[in-house]
Design a protein around this ligand. Structure first.
Ligand code: MN
Length: 731
């Protein structure tokens, strides 16, 4: 193969224009020349794999479109099909120079190029074929794409072996069925044969050798059959119908040999003769004559006229046996059917601008009307595609990720569905979406062919919005959103339940560790079906477990299980109260608590003060004449505690030990301690235990100024409900 140069390209293009000028159709050759020059200029730095100037490729694609009979704009677009993708040219450049029609065709081809062709899964291949058809608002885009692929296949020999196989497999699974679907036989068969030659080179070689070996006999055989048929038909027809003969393609034979397990000799329809007539009636007449002339082979007759193929192919097929004992297929069709068989949907353009005589546009459009089942007559390309779309996949839309992965979604699916279809985490992390590079709202409904980019958050805790449940269309997305919330709600509720429970336990003087907790609440956990402590916390968080209901019993159980001598340490350690907060204020009985001087009354050392236990912010200190204290001391009286200035404590105080014995009732110890703080007595040590006889005993070390104060303390304590005796210890 001699390599092309710019000069030879120019010459080829000149020949192409001459060909177009020779046709009766009105081509805008001036526009085509501009397109060629522009493409040549834009691609001038680029080379094909063969080393040839890049323009050879768009030129060859344009030439294929001329063969298919496409119109000026499609041929222009073929010349320009790679400029937007591969050069600095933009959509607007093309639009300004060649019009919106050409620009849209180029744009369509460019978009198809972005689809990642995954051929491994048949389902995916099917989707890609559908998206190709659906995406192309103009069917000419597909035809240009097929021509593009055809030329790339013709020049595939310049690429490496792996690439050849991949591209061939892709062509087989996507482009051959597409060409078949559109009925463009020439393109389909050539794509098929080239792909086959790379996919199974040995079989291809073998079949070609067999064909080559019998070439002379074959040609002689076909010629003799043709002339006999012509001779016979001349008796009944004037003018004599056209009779053509051909041999099945290499791939066609391969399929029969390998898929049906036949030998080369067993293939009946290796040879085919085609008779082309003017009317359908004539087709059946010819069929009768053929069955008269030759011995028909049973079960080999197919009437694709009354039952057209899906791509609207129509013909009568029959296989007969000649005198030589060689079977051959006869295809009988009208010219209408012939054009459809050869060019498929491309015939729409090829015969659109009716030539003089019998090929009128309306007749050519017949098959399009059939295939589309469109009620009113139309030659609008958009209608054609819309109808093909409905024909192929009324229930689905196909959209792509920016990388070209095709996602199939039901009609009405939104960008949220798309995000979850990409990946669950992409859905959860979604913060927005772009469709064809424009930001869209969450309820944006995806249309086929759109490129959807999901914007995600890097924040690992980012999750979906509850509103999404109303927006998502697919059950998959909804289920994923719901499960996220269930899980997420659990985590929130565990945290919430845990905090609540421990706050309430403290408030109720239940002092246990987390390890001990299951023992205390095991009955409640079982009752509420909680297997783990987290389940229990979550249930509290949900409100499934009501703390106000269980706490009274928990307190009781706590006393029994944990406060009993044999089960718990019988001593509570109290360390001396001190001013560790740095506020200069000591809160009786509470060590290390946060102390703040309130802003409402700004107490100073020497002032009479009182403390308020805030919720979570330590103790706030007020003057005893502060209006806030006076107005609120009756609300939540248990929160007001005695505090004193640290500076008042002096060395002139005496330490003294006291043993307090009483009934072991709940709260007796705290009442004893409260009596001390009420009297502003500082405590150095306090321990409590249960005596063998069941009584409670607290052992205290306190500071008093003197015996008078001690007597006061003792008499106060004796007044506490349940206290039996208060004794001063010897040491
Ligand atoms: Mn290309």
């Amino acid at each position: 193969m001699s390599l092309e140069t710019l000069e030879s390209c120019d010459r080829r293009f000149g020949e192409l224009i001459k060909r177009l000028d020779g046709l009766e159709r009105n081509y805008n050759t001036e526009k085509l020349k501009r397109a060629y020059e522009y493409a040549k200029e834009m691609h001038k730095e680029q080379k094909r794999e063969s080393g040839e100037p890049y323009i050879t490729h768009p030129l060859a694609v344009a030439s294929i479109l001329v063969d298919l009979g496409m119109d000026t704009d499609a041929i222009c677009a073929a010349l320009l099909h790679d400029v937007v993708e591969d050069t600095d040219a933009t959509y607007d450049d093309v639009k300004n120079m060649f019009g919106a029609d050409v620009a849209n065709l180029v744009d369509g081809v460019t978009k198809l190029d972005k689809i990642k062709l995954a051929t491994k899964e048949e389902q995916q291949a099917e989707n890609i074929r559908k998206i190709f058809l659906s995406m192309s608002k103009d069917i000419r885009v597909i035809i240009i794409k097929l021509a593009d692929r055809l030329h790339n296949m013709r020049t595939l020999g310049f690429r490496n072996g792996v690439k050849r196989r991949d591209v061939s497999a892709e062509t087989m699974s996507i482009f051959v069925p597409l060409a078949n679907r559109l009925g463009i036989r020439q393109v389909k068969e050539e794509l098929e044969d080239i792909s086959f030659s790379y996919l199974d080179p040995f079989a291809y070689e073998e079949i070609n050798q067999l064909l080559e070996k019998s070439k002379k006999e074959r040609e002689e055989f076909i010629e003799s059959i043709k002339s006999r048929i012509k001779e016979r038909l001349a008796k009944d027809f004037d003018p004599v119908p056209t009779v053509e003969g051909r041999v099945k393609t290499a791939y066609g034979i391969y399929k029969k040999v390998y898929e049906q397990g036949k030998t080369f000799d067993e293939i009946y329809d290796k040879y085919a003769v085609r008779v082309i007539v003017n009317t359908v009636t004539e087709c059946y007449n010819v069929l009768g004559i053929m069955h008269d002339m030759f011995q028909p082979i049973p079960n080999r007759f197919k009437d694709y006229i009354s039952t057209p193929k899906a791509n609207m192919y129509q013909s009568l097929h029959t296989t007969v046996m000649g005198r030589e004992g060689i079977p051959f297929e006869v295809q009988i069709r009208t010219w209408d059917m012939h054009h459809t068989a050869e060019f498929g949907i491309a015939a729409h353009w090829k015969y659109k601008e009716g030539r003089s005589g019998k090929y009128k546009f309306d007749e050519r459009l017949n098959w399009v009307r059939h295939i589309l089942d469109i009620q009113k007559e139309t030659d609008d390309a958009e209608d054609i595609v819309r109808a093909i779309k409905n024909d192929l996949a009324p229930e689905d839309v196909f959209a792509m990720t920016p990388k070209g992965d095709v996602k199939t979604l039901p009609q009405g699916a939104t960008v949220i569905d798309f995000a979850y279809a990409v990946h669950t985490q992409v859905g959860h992390k979604m913060t927005g979406a772009k469709v064809d590079k424009k930001l869209v709202p969450f309820d944006y409904v995806i249309k086929t062919g759109e490129i959807v980019e999901i914007i995600t958050s890097k924040d690992p805790s980012h999750g979906p919005n509850r509103d999404w449940l109303n927006i998502a269309k697919t059950n998959e997305a909804k289920a994923k959103i719901r499960s996220w919330f269930k899980k997420e709600r659990r985590e929130e509720n565990i945290a919430e339940g845990k905090e609540t429970l421990w706050r309430e336990l403290r408030r109720n003087m239940i002092h246990i560790t987390e390890e001990e907790l299951p023992e205390l609440v095991s009955a409640d956990m079982k009752h509420h079906g909680c297997e783990t402590l987290d389940d229990f916390y979550a249930a509290i968080g949900y409100g499934g477990v009501s703390l106000s209901k269980i706490l009274p019993r928990l307190k009781e159980d706590y006393q029994k299980k944990f406060a009993e001598p044999e089960k718990s340490p019988d001593e509570y350690e109290f360390t001396p109260a001190s001013d560790k907060s740095g506020s200069g204020v000591i809160v009786d009985g509470l060590e290390n608590c946060v102390v703040k001087l309130s802003q409402c009354c700004s107490p100073l050392p020497g002032d009479e003060i009182i403390g308020f236990i805030t919720r979570g912010h330590g103790v706030s200190v007020h003057k005893k004449d502060c209006i806030n204290y006076l107005s609120q001391r009756d609300n939540e009286p248990e929160r007001w505690v005695n505090v004193r200035w640290a500076g008042k404590q002096t060395a002139s105080y005496y330490k003294v030990g006291l043993d307090v014995v009483g009934n072991n009732r709940i709260g007796i110890f705290s009442d004893v301690m409260n009596s001390l703080s009420e009297a502003k007595i500082s405590t150095h040590e306090a321990a409590a235990r249960v005596l063998k006889n069941g009584n409670f005993m607290a052992s205290l070390t306190i500071s008093v100024a003197g015996t008078a104060e001690l007597e006061g303390v003792i008499s106060r304590m004796k007044k506490i409900n349940g206290v039996l005796s208060v004794e001063r210890r010897a040491k």
